[in-house]
Write a protein of this length. Structure first.
Length: 123
């Protein structure tokens, strides 16, 4: 009886019975299970889209580097023939390109997942 009284307090002044409270509790549990299932289902999808995003970001960065510098190869920090400023500029540009591509891939993947499943893959 005490449990039914608490349900009435939460719902307001309208009296409800235990059957209605049970149905509401089941709906809440079902929504939580669906959210957990969506999170689990998104993991491999997110992993694959992350790998593809990394490959795309690498290709984009190489194209951008070729256009902004007169060199074909991207400088590496351990290559002594490149000056400091060129290595730091390349690293900053690479970080910016990777961040933009990753954000676009993550958001696009989440939107596609939502279209396919009806669930947003939130954390």
């Amino acid at each position: 009886m005490e449990k039914a009284h608490r349900v009435e307090e939460v719902r307001g002044a309208e009296p409800i019975d235990r059957a209605q409270a049970t149905v509401g509790a089941r709906a809440t549990v079902g929504a939580e299970e669906m959210s957990t299932a969506a999170k689990i289902a998104y993991r491999p999808f997110g992993l694959i889209s992350g790998i593809v995003g990394g490959l795309v970001a690498s290709a984009v960065f190489e194209q951008v580097w070729r256009r902004v510098s007169d060199q074909e190869d991207v400088p590496d920090a351990l290559q002594p023939e490149y000056p400091w400023h060129e290595i730091l500029i390349a690293a900053a540009l690479q970080g910016a390109v990777y961040a933009v591509v990753r954000a676009a891939v993550d958001r696009g993947g989440a939107k596609a997942f939502q279209r396919w499943t009806g669930e947003w893959p939130s954390d």
